[in-house]
Design a protein around this ligand. Structure first.
Ligand code: ADP
Length: 209
């Protein structure tokens, strides 16, 4: 079983950018968002269950899930939302375990935007948080997603606070600055994770490593 490093951070903090940098080191990336989409792809049992429950109105013309329609349908119905979570979470969990088990790299980078919101931090050996100044997070999110300030603020407000996230971090990447700062920090963490994955004790690892 690979050593699991969970990578999390708020929207627009730079998780994808950081994950790409780890991928350059040949590390297996397991992406929770991709898995969440795959388990409801056309032909999957879970999609059929959703249609049985909510009807064809949650399906698009091409047979794929109409996510906004489903979101709208369960938004103000906590019991239905719970039903969907009970259906999908075990499948997502099983698929995640499967991918992690298949990994042949010393550690796996598990990218989980809602790690803390979903209480998943206990499933990782180490938690890496990408942190960014709030005003920078806001402007990068607006620019990338083409949303206005209010929309970006609403999404950020619905996520766990920066303070809570940082309180759970074993390691932090400060991504408020130039993107070129990411690579050397990732290289440093990569060396650390190789040692941790090999079973070296944290105290035995010199600070400069
Ligand atoms: P996340 O995956 O956490 O939502 P992304 O990695 O997609 O965040 O980054 C959000 C946006 O900010 C993207 O458009 C990305 O290209 C940009 N970005 C990421 N890091 C930096 C940086 N250090 N400087 C400037 N732009 C950045």
């Amino acid at each position: 079983m690979s050593y699991i490093v969970a990578l999390t951070g708020g929207i627009g903090s730079g998780k994808s950018t950081v994950a790409e940098s780890f991928a350059q080191h040949g590390i297996t990336i397991v992406d929770a968002d991709i898995i969440a989409r795959q388990v409801v792809a056309p032909g999957e049992q879970a999609l059929e269950e959703l249609v049985k429950k909510f009807g064809k109105s949650i399906i698009l013309g091409d047979g794929s899930l109409n996510r906004p329609a489903l979101r709208e349908r369960i938004f103000s119905h906590p019991l239905e939302k719970e039903w969907v979570n009970k259906l999908l979470h075990p499948i997502i969990h099983a698929r995640t375990q499967q991918l992690i088990a298949l990994a042949d790299t010393p550690y796996v980078l598990w990218v989980v935007p809602l790690l803390l919101e979903n209480g998943l931090q206990t499933q990782a050996d180490r938690v890496l948080v990408v942190d960014v100044e709030p005003h920078i997070q806001l402007s990068r999110t607006m620019l990338r997603d083409g949303v206005d300030r209010q929309q970006a603020e609403n999404i950020i407000a619905a996520q766990v606070s920066r303070e809570k996230r940082l309180a759970c971090a074993d390691d932090v990447i400060d991504n408020s600055g130039d993107p070129h700062m990411i690579e050397p920090r990732v290289a440093q963490l990569h060396r650390l994770y190789l040692k941790l994955a090999a079973g070296e004790n944290r105290q035995d690892i010199a600070e400069h490593d």
